[in-house]
Design a protein around this ligand. Structure first.
Ligand code: ZN
Length: 495
């Protein structure tokens, strides 16, 4: 009887435990890293805090235990960043596993994950910690487990693998920028880079983003094939480099850099981004996928940027120095605002009415500073005078030169604009009477635009003021010279 009880006990306690242990020992390890990195003691890993110091010690211990070699004298790559008036010390943590192939070991694959987060704030005398479990204890934990994996399987890798836990990502990708800028590894040797940034929500997101994988020649095919083997659905791909994570400083010097990402499904940049919410089996799957993918890439005969990625790059002396925006693009644009007539010989003007235009625009990026933007708009413009409304339907064609005051890679810019416009009027009413373009009103008009705009990714927002330099009437009216004037908010979407 005792025996049977023991066996039963063993069965109920041990068998489920063993099954559980088999499927998720890795998941448990990942969970433990995230639990510690996102714990209240680490205070949300804010820049220059005691909390992030603890996180740093933890990561260094794990890198050491994994058997990584430091790049220089230690795992630390120190730098300073300016926050307001103060200089704050920051540290990347960098280790490597040398490759085994004599022909390939001088080439490097960087696996990165930022370990900083937003820290804490004091709100109503209470310390509110931004735990940053998904962002980015999840990526850091996966980085540590990949370091352990490749250390234990180092005979399988051809190229050298560099593991980088980046600091100061949240304040502007500083860690990754300095890693590239300070040539911690010669950027010319880096053939491929991954940023594991927010990888804790695989199941809920329904797949994995690998944005930028198309920047590597043949990258999409390999990544998709291995994803099939691991039963992962790849959601985002393509050669565009993500600019909101550590991929950007690498991509901007021509290195294919991939954002490994499971979406913004966690409480993004909120205190509630805690360790209990993450999908650790999903993270284990991501880790296994990355291990397989990086092993294959480390042994590939060649790792080269894809032609579509190169086509977007500016090359100087055979080196990619910047990813350039395409010379030409086009899209749809609308102008929404108001207009009125200016009575140039009177002390008064007419009142404003709603103006609206919609049409197409094209952009020719002549240099990093200048662009030319022609537009063709169906335009409803007019004015309100004492007795009634004045309404015209026109075809309006502005041609503006844009001067960039600020650019961030190819994805964002702020510009001022100026240029002429030409207008052909084909319809309209003054009060109840249709406009007579044969005898009374001018069929054509021209003038100038001035304004400014912002472009972020595919979206354009701006403001334009438009002034006619020609008269509305063919002959001088009773009020003297009358000209159109208008002001618009502009909204555009690039195709
Ligand atoms: Zn992040």
């Amino acid at each position: 009887m005792m025996k049977l009880l023991q066996i039963l006990l063993l069965f109920f306690v041990f068998v489920p435990f063993t099954l559980y242990g088999q499927s998720s020992e890795l998941a448990n390890d990942l969970k433990e890293h995230v639990r510690i990195l996102a714990s209240p003691e680490m205070e949300g890993r804010g820049l220059g805090t005691a909390g992030i110091e603890l996180a740093r010690e933890y990561i260094i211990d794990e890198f050491e235990a994994a058997g990584l070699e430091p790049i220089g004298e230690s795992f630390l790559h120190p730098f300073q960043i300016r926050l307001g008036l103060a200089w704050v010390p920051a540290f990347n943590i960098v280790g490597k596993i040398p490759g085994n192939d004599p022909d390939l070991r001088d080439e490097v694959i960087v696996i990165g994950a930022h370990y900083d987060h937003m820290g804490y704030v004091i709100r109503a005398d209470e310390k509110v910690i931004y735990h940053g479990a998904d962002d980015n204890a999840s990526g850091t934990a996966t980085l540590i487990e990949l370091a352990k994996y490749f250390s234990a399987n180092r005979e399988q890798i051809g190229r050298t693998i560099v593991f980088a836990a980046f600091d100061a990502e949240e304040s502007g990708l500083h860690g990754a920028r300095r890693f590239v800028g300070d040539s911690i590894v010669n950027p010319a040797d880096i053939k491929l880079m991954f940023s594991l940034d927010m990888v804790g929500m695989l199941e809920e997101y329904g797949g994995l983003d690998m944005k930028g994988i198309g920047a590597l020649d043949g990258g999409e095919e390999v990544a998709t094939r291995i994803a099939g083997e691991k039963d992962i659905r790849i959601k985002a791909r393509g050669h565009q480099i993500e600019r909101r994570t550590d991929t950007w400083p690498f991509g901007n010097v021509g290195i294919p850099a991939i954002h490994v990402f499971t979406g913004l499904t966690s409480p993004y940049h909120q205190p509630e981004d805690t360790y209990d919410l993450l999908d650790y089996d999903g993270m284990a799957t991501v880790k296994k996928y990355m291990a397989r993918l990086v092993t294959e890439y480390s042994n590939a005969p060649q790792l080269q940027p894809s032609s579509s990625f190169i086509a977007a790059a500016r090359v100087v002396d055979g080196q990619v120095v910047e990813i350039r925006r395409p010379f030409f693009n086009y899209g749809i644009i609308s102008h929404i605002g108001s207009g009125h007539h200016k009575y140039r010989d009177e002390f008064f003007d007419a009142n404003s009415v709603f103006n609206f235009g919609i049409g197409l625009y094209a952009q020719f990026h002549l240099s990093n500073k200048f662009a030319l933007q022609p537009e063709v708009l169906f335009d409803w413009n007019g004015s309100k005078w004492v007795e009634d409304n004045f309404r015209r339907q026109s075809l309006t064609a502005p041609l503006n030169i844009q001067y960039n005051l600020f650019t961030e890679g190819t994805d964002a810019r702020v510009f001022v604009l100026a240029g002429p416009y030409f207008r052909y009027n084909f319809g309209g009413k003054a009060g109840d009477i249709s406009m007579d373009y044969d005898e009374v009103f001018n069929e054509t008009e021209w003038g100038y635009n001035i304004g400014f705009g912002v472009e972020i990714s595919r979206f354009h927002f701006g403001f334009t003021s438009r002034r006619a330099l020609t008269d509305i009437y063919q002959n001088e009216s009773a009020f003297g010279e009358i000209r159109d004037a208008s002001a618009y908010f502009t909204f555009g979407i690039k195709f």
